[in-house]
Design a protein around this ligand. Sequence first.
Ligand code: GLU
Length: 552
Amino acid sequence: MDTQKLAQLLFPKILKTPDYYEALYPPRRLADGARVTRFAPSPTGFLHFGNLFTCLVSYKTAKSTDGVFYVRVEDTDQKRKVDGAIEVMLKGLSVYGITPDEGVLDEDEQFGAYGPYYQSERKIIYQTYAKSLVAQGLAYPCFMTAEELDDIRAQQENESIKGIWGLWAKHRDLSLEEIEANLAAGKPWTLRLKSPGTPEGKCYFDDMIKGKIEMPENVQDVVLLKSDGIPTYHFAHAIDDHLMRTTHVVRGDEWISSAPIHLQLFKLLGFKPPKYAHVAPIMKEENGGKRKLSKRKDPEAAVTYYAEEGFPSESVNEYMLTLANSNFEDWRRMNKEEALDKFPFNLKKMSVSGALFDMVKLTDVSKNVICKMPAAKVFDLSYAWAQEYCPALAALYEQDKARATAILNIDRENKKPRKDIAKWSDIPDYISYMYDETFVPCYDLTGNATPALAVKVLTNYLDAVNLNDTKEEWFDRIKGLCAGIGCTPNVKEYKQHPEAFDGHVGDVSTVIRVALTGRTNTPDLYEITRLLGEEAVKARLTAALAHYKEEN
Ligand code: GLU
């Protein structure tokens, strides 16, 4: 077979050779150890939390070595293409601080010397390499029809090795004349790899996450170009990651079973293979077992979920690092104030079997992140969230932004800030009693606080309350009420002689807290009182008093 002639026959319009592209995209000049990684989404418009996670791992891999991180859009499947998808996905990434150094930066903006970064614009490059493989006798046109392939699939049901290989590869050895006749008859063809693999052969590689791997080598004559001349993932991956000089391919571990195909392709194409880091999917616990975080079943599988709920991106990033590196939490304990990008990210510390998504943990992490934020930041971020997702909260804020910020500052900006807020959508409930519009009275009491005691406390406090008090004066005033109503200002004393009192200062505060907020547990009551203002305070105390009188 004259393979040169065949190559010319199949690709008459391809005039360049691989050498041209090798020179056009030379090895990158980077410092030793600098890693080049990428994110290669298909433009489906949906960003799965697992994709974001894998992308973060890829990004960190590059950034922790002063390398390059780029975005390549894998849009060879035009049927699956969704308009505006790239923008949605890139925006999704940028929210989490993942900004590419090169590649696709926006729907119609790409930047960098290794482009184009849309696969749909690289057809001629793939065909150049395809032509070269045919010329070397390493690829051939296959004219099998969809029916024939279905038939083979059915016949192979019980075979251990499936696909087009060995005797099933019916068009592997067609003569030039047969091929010419098929082409002349206008029969559609795909280009298949002439795999040199054998069923006994092995493929070895050292995955950066999974460690040493041994698999059967590839024997299949996989499709390289589909009948429309568009490459398959396998072929495009080899060409692109080679020409874009990717050093580390970080991708989902659903691709691990294809790694033997890819390594074989790299070899036959004469490329140095990249290092692989196969990231296990994020898992979820269910009924005592584990399953993958699912787009269909789990709202938190969509990256948009976190923005909608109002989890700050800092929290999600922090949480993703707890999932990514087993030593992250120790590092955090030792470096409480350090910025996240100071964390020495390490692929070797990734979970081999899949990190477990845990909403309780995310909530906890987020509370810790938010409690350290100054009030102005909490206000700004939650206001931005509210404008998009909660107009009612935005409207409350807009009544008086300084007051709203002061409310958010209660028990904040101190050594032991409270951890009430995990996400911005917690705020409407958290501050509801600070606004008459959203305050819901509830007069349930705890401890020694009874309706009878409440009547006494409120009657006296209504006379005594003074919004100009300092915190000390305020507390003295509450303590001062105790003696006159059978309580003690001293909790210790109460514990020693409970029979001698109707309650202690804590019970007195509870009555006032419940009257003002409808809750038994709130942040600092002095600040709440001050920020509620005289009118609201008196009105609520009066309403509560009337309620307890009735209940008595
Ligand atoms: N487009 C592929 C996907 O979305 C990319 C896999 C890879 O990173 O190589 O699964």
